[in-house]
Ligand binder design. Structure first.
Ligand code: SF4
Ligand code: MG
Length: 318
């Protein structure tokens, strides 16, 4: 009658998530800390994908950025110094369906956690690893970290950092079975979110080094990069994070890069003193993932497990 529909109902998802559904407690990072931008980017990625919060796990070690799980309304594990990766691998081993995000800092990952770092990369389990690299130990009040630039004055090196810094990208591109290596900056939210999203979509371990501002202790280290985008090299190409034309335009230096080309990725990473690359340096989804091995037999009943165990033990009967 009068051309009106009889049924005005329309399809509504059973649950619809807003940003608030991913927001944990009020973040207690310093004003202007780059960690805040990363937190927002991850929450937006999950909201846009309508990722179920209880299917998400955030794992961290120790450091300023390792407070990350507290600020997400998901499952979380705030672990031991340098140990987020073994915990994350453990979660993925037994609950492969969960979405795992790791927050680790340059001290946490590249120093005390370096042994775990190298092996977790080789395991290549499906997760996102975010390296919050502010070039310093922030939580413990300004000590030299493995990525501190030469000459940076800190409480452990008041005359200036003495050794050349470790380059996490160069290291990653040398580790066995690396499958995704990217770099981004916290002060460009579009590139940050697009890069993390690409890592999240990658099948395997998506490693993203985030150049992260620490206005409290390393105010000057990224200042020049931030003020002068020509110091950055935007990687472009079909497999690079999609950026709006207006965002891409601010990067006067761009380079078309095939992220399957490991040799080219290594060459770009080694030339970072000339221009700091941002984008996906390397990606290869064909590399083996350890959860394909660890999850074999996960659905077995206790009886089936016992029978399998007895079969194995019978092999050693004398
Ligand atoms: Fe962020 Fe630095 Fe403050 Fe830590 S000390 S919360 S890294 S600004
Ligand atoms: Mg740090």
């Amino acid at each position: 009658m009068f051309g009106l529909k009889d049924d005005w109902s329309y399809d509504m998802p059973e649950r619809y998530f807003t940003l608030e559904d991913y927001e944990g407690g009020v973040a207690r990072w310093c004003p202007g800390c780059g960690d805040l931008a990363v937190l927002t980017a991850v929450q937006k990625i999950l909201r846009d994908a309508q990722q179920v919060p209880e299917n998400t796990v955030c794992v961290s070690g120790i450091g300023c950025s390792s407070r990350f799980p507290h600020y997400m309304k998901t499952y979380g594990f705030h672990g031991l110094h340098g140990r987020p990766l073994p915990v994350a691998c453990g979660v993925k081993s037994r609950r492969p369906e969960l979405d795992v995000w790791v927050a680790t800092g340059d001290g946490d990952c590249c120093s005390i956690g370096a042994g775990h770092w190298l092996h977790a990369i080789r395991y290549n389990m499906d997760m996102v690893v975010m390296l919050f690299d502010n070039n310093v130990y922030g939580l413990t009040k300004k000590q030299t970290s493995p990525t501190s630039p030469l000459g940076l004055k800190t409480n452990t090196h008041p005359q200036g950092a003495w050794l050349p810094p470790l380059d996490p990208l160069v290291a990653m591109l040398g580790f066995t079975n690396s499958s995704f290596v990217a770099q981004t900056v916290d002060w460009n939210p579009a590139h940050l979110q697009a890069t993390l999203h690409a890592a999240w979509q990658h099948k395997g371990l998506g490693f993203v080094r985030i150049l992260q501002r620490c206005p409290t202790y390393t105010d000057s280290v990224f200042e020049e990069l931030q003020k002068d985008p020509s110091r950055l090299l935007l990687l472009t190409g079909a497999k690079q994070p999609a950026l709006a034309a207006g965002v891409a335009r601010i990067f006067v230096n761009q380079r078309d890069h095939d992220s399957l080309d490991l040799g080219a990725a290594r060459s770009i990473a080694s030339s970072a003193h000339e221009r700091v690359p941002i984008g996906v340096l390397f990606q290869d989804e064909s590399r083996p993932r350890y959860e394909d091995f660890t999850t074999v037999g996960l659905g077995m009943t206790p009886e089936q497990k016992l029978a399998a165990l007895e079969r194995e033990l019978d092999r050693f009967a004398v």
